[in-house]
Design a protein around this ligand. Structure first.
Ligand code: UDP
Ligand code: MG
Length: 331
């Protein structure tokens, strides 16, 4: 019987000092599973300025399970993982950081959950964030994300997860320039589960995630899965029109019933105020059209098929134009 292939994808940016230790730890885990599974390790060098690529080359010469690609410049963590997904051939794909924050000894547990039937297995960090300020921003971010994003994006999972190849097939179809992969994986809608564990401290060196990169990722998460920001103009517009009309009604009644004199500029201010509300509504309309263009450009699959019955394949429906109904007794 053919063994199942597991791809381990490692995005690498200036991790020359961690790579050998990471490989040793991975090797220990992989060896213990090699009777049941085959492995490939895909190392994606995201334009490192240090000796990471050299280290990857050295390891690849010693171990043919290692496959490497090197970017021409730094494209970012999410793109490095996307490339890993493109190149991986596994039945299950595991992504983890190369700085040893994501403990390799959890790999057997990830595979076990996958074998039990979960198409997506996340490793959730037990420690929300270090420091009060980080904790506050992290909690606030996920609160806003939950409020404005229609799908459920898991909290505190970073990009340490296993996905089944059927999930990878869907994720590969989306060629977004600013991907938020944990959102995209959740978006596919396949069954998922969590393993709770404590992430480790970075083995050596410093984080490749500058504040601006972190902010960009957070923003990509919101804008990639929610058009809510485009609708804010509508709420402001309706509020302004409602209050403007109330003011207009008030001064009209006051002027005509109570014979109070209102100078022309007060009428004009009220009318201009209402028109500002109308402008907000028009901006909302523009936003709705831009949102639709944005959705179309994201070009995500229209739907994700979880199962098929009676081999109703796309080619049956689209090319051969067979009737969509049938008179079979059995399904
Ligand atoms: N990384 C990458 N490209 C980047 C930044 C980071 O491929 O532009 C890799 C990095 O080598 C590590 C993982 O992504 O394997 C997570 O990055 P890092 O540890 O710097 O982020 P943090 O854990 O501090 O959020
Ligand atoms: Mg890290």
């Amino acid at each position: 019987m053919n063994k199942k292939l597991i791809s381990i994808i490692l995005p690498i940016y200036n991790e020359a000092e961690s790579i050998a230790v990471l490989y040793d730890r991975l090797n220990g885990v992989i060896d213990s599973l090699s009777a049941t599974y085959d492995f490939e390790i895909i190392m994606v060098d995201d334009g490192s300025a240090d000796e990471s690529w050299k280290k990857i080359n050295q390891l690849a010469q010693l171990d043919c399970r290692i496959r490497g690609i090197s970017f021409s410049r730094n494209f970012g963590h999410q793109i490095a993982i996307s490339a890993g997904y493109d190149y991986a051939r596994g039945d299950a794909l595991i992504t983890m950081d190369a700085d040893l924050q994501h403990p390799p000894h959890l790999i057997p547990a990830l595979i076990e959950e996958w074998q039990k039937g979960a198409a997506i297995v996340y490793v959730r960090n037990r420690v929300v964030a270090n420091g009060l300020v980080k904790k506050f921003f992290s909690t606030a971010y996920y609160f806003i994300l939950d409020c404005i994003v229609p799908i459920k994006i898991p909290h505190n999972v970073q990009d340490f997860r296993l996905i089944d190849k059927k999930v990878a097939t869907i994720v590969r179809q989306s060629r977004e320039q600013s991907p938020y992969l944990r959102g995209m994986v959740a978006w596919t809608g396949f069954s998922s589960t969590f393993i709770d564990a404590a992430y480790d401290k970075r083995f050596t060196g410093k984080s490749g995630y500058s504040l601006s990169k972190m902010f960009k990722l957070a923003f990509d998460g919101m804008t990639g899965f929610s058009l809510f920001p485009l609708k804010i103009a509508a709420y402001i517009g309706f509020f302004v029109i409602a209050t403007g009309c109330t003011m207009f009604a008030y001064i009209t009644v006051d002027a005509f019933c109570n014979h109070v004199y209102y100078p022309l500029f007060k009428w004009l201010v009220t009318i201009i105020y209402i028109f500002i509300g109308v402008l907000f509504i028009l901006i909302w309309f523009l936003g709705e059209y831009i949102g639709r263009i944005y959705n179309q450009l994201q070009a995500r699959p229209l739907y994700v098929v979880a199962e098929e019955l009676n081999s109703i394949t796309l080619s049956n429906m689209m090319n051969e134009k067979k009737p969509l109904h049938c008179h079979c007794e059995r399904v």
